[in-house]
Design a protein around this ligand. Structure first.
Ligand SMILES: C[S@@+](CC[C@H](N)C(=O)[O-])C[C@H]1O[C@@H](n2cnc3c(N)ncnc32)[C@H](O)[C@@H]1O
Length: 480
């Protein structure tokens, strides 16, 4: 059955992958073909960036579960009629099968009609007028504005002429339908960072953390690991959805101490009444601390690696130690309790290689690796993401952070078991990737590119180029 999926008009790239992930979580594809893609279609004269999309789902229960769990679905609706003018919509509603309409129009069931528009405001007089015009629908039950059993929506988008924030090809369209489910965005004020006890400069904001947890299919019975746990924001979101969590960070002060007994990663979980992580460890992503033979433990690895714009990665061993200039340091007995080992810079290229290796080994088959990857906006191109023979990339969602810099949330599924041969070929692929594409990923380059003065920037070869402000598109969508 086709449902109209109305999205919030934000994080455009994240919307369909979220629905796709939740469709898998709620069993839309059965047991056999988990990798199947959902079928989507656009309303007439619409555009991929617009908030209205039709999606084909196997049942109303699945549609409801997806919508209620999502962060970006404003509403999932069974559409009774649509058109480019009121008359066309009315005709469609009249023609919609009675057996689909009548169960929701009974004497006993309460209802409410909501009016919503995209890109324009509808005055309260006009809203009343629209509701009157819908009186040809034989509603029999009482209206209940607070807690109706059935919610109906009259939805309208105007065309570009009235400056509605969508590309010019979008034309006026109106829809009437019954709401099947909608996101619970009240979650976001509850979990917002400004009221969280323990946060740091790179704490993940609540909306993004929930989207990441959805991409990782967080659910009861799953074990989710964040190897760069920081203040634990991503794991908080995963725990909200009932998953067991585990985290690691190279910084012992973060995982052990925080800012005191009531202001640390553990207290962040207590604050929301969530199950605490099963463990938080001090571990370096560059030196895996897992015992030999321990494989396929996690259902998902979800993380935000340190990519060097606000805080760069560190790995164990001081610079001189790594260069072999000094011998390994033996910590004297009296300093063991609070010794903080020295660290050296850890480039993103190396960090991502280690992450893919860890995920290849430690994820169950079908498990998901969800992580952020930085992109300079000029370079954005789907083929430039790191690869690993154990994984298939299933989603790449760009979030534009500034005029020149984005981060892309990559979701990968483990499709091949980890073997020594695979680990070797991954190392080779990584070397090629690093040499061919990602010079700017190396230490310092990303930071320099992001913070260079607006008009002069270096391309990947280090040559300076001038960026003209006139080249900035009026409409910032990918498909125009
Ligand atoms: C971008 S922050 C992650 C923030 C986290 N998502 C949060 O919500 O607070 C990156 C984290 O990676 C940690 N880190 C840096 N190098 C590391 C390494 N080699 N191994 C493990 N953690 C590392 C840093 O200490 C930092 O806490």
């Amino acid at each position: 059955m086709w449902y109209l999926c109305v999205f919030y008009h934000r994080l455009l790239d994240y919307r369909k992958p979220e629905v796709q992930a939740l469709a898998e979580l709620f069993g839309a594809f059965g047991d056999d073909d988990k990798s199947r893609s959902l079928e989507w279609r656009l309303p007439k004269e619409y555009h991929p960036d617009s908030p209205f999309h039709f999606v084909n789902l196997p049942s109303e229960d699945i549609a409801r579960n997806i919508a209620n769990r999502s962060i970006l679905v404003k509403g999932m609706h069974e559409i009774w009629g649509e058109g480019s003018c009121y008359e066309e919509m009315e005709e469609a509603i009249r023609g919609y099968p009675e057996d689909r309409k009548l169960p929701y129009l009974t004497l006993e069931s309460t209802f409410k009609i909501n009016i919503d528009s995209f890109g324009k405001a509808i005055s309260s007089e006009d809203q009343k007028e629209w509701i009157k015009r819908l009186s040809f629908i034989p509603f029999k039950g009482p209206v209940n504005l607070q807690n109706p059993e059935h919610k109906f929506w009259f939805l309208e988008t105007d065309n570009y002429g009235s400056n509605n924030g969508l590309p010019p090809i979008v034309q006026k369209r109106i829809f009437f339908g019954r709401e099947v489910g909608a996101a619970d965005r009240k979650l976001l004020p509850t979990y917002q960072l400004k009221s969280r006890t323990y946060i740091g400069p790179t704490a993940m904001d609540a909306e993004m953390a929930f989207l990441m947890a959805n991409q990782g299919l967080a659910a009861p019975g799953k074990l989710i690991y964040d190897p760069f746990v920081g203040t634990g924001s991503i794991l908080v979101a995963a725990a909200h959805f009932g998953a067991m969590t585990m985290g690691a960070d190279i910084d012992i002060r973060v995982v052990r101490d925080g800012r005191g007994p009531d202001c640390n990663v553990w207290s962040n979980f207590r604050q929301y009444g969530l199950s605490e992580p099963i463990s938080l460890i001090r571990a370096d992503n560059n030196l895996p601390s897992w015992r030999a033979g321990l494989n396929e433990v996690f259902d998902a690895i979800i993380c935000d690696p340190p990519y060097g714009v606000r805080a760069g990665g560190r790995k164990s061993g001081g610079r001189k130690l790594l260069k072999g200039v000094v011998d390994p340091y033996t910590v004297p007995e009296e300093k063991r309790a609070d010794h903080i080992p020295s660290t050296a810079p850890y480039s993103l290229a190396e960090c991502v290689h280690d992450l893919l290796d860890l995920a290849g080994r430690m994820l169950v088959m079908g498990g998901r690796l969800v992580f952020f990857y930085p992109m300079l906006r000029d370079e954005f191109c789907d083929t430039d993401f790191p690869e690993h023979p154990c994984f298939r990339l299933i989603a790449a969602c760009e979030q534009i952070l500034s005029y020149r810099y984005s981060r892309v949330l990559l979701t990968m599924v483990k499709v091949e078991p980890y073997t020594t041969e695979i680990a070797d070929s991954a190392k080779k692929m990584h070397q090629d990737f690093r040499e061919n594409h990602m010079k700017w990923l190396e230490e310092g380059n990303l930071h320099a590119a992001v913070f260079a003065p607006i008009d002069h920037r270096s391309d990947v070869n280090g040559d300076s180029k001038i960026i003209s402000k006139d080249t900035k598109a009026k409409y910032r969508g990918k498909y125009v």
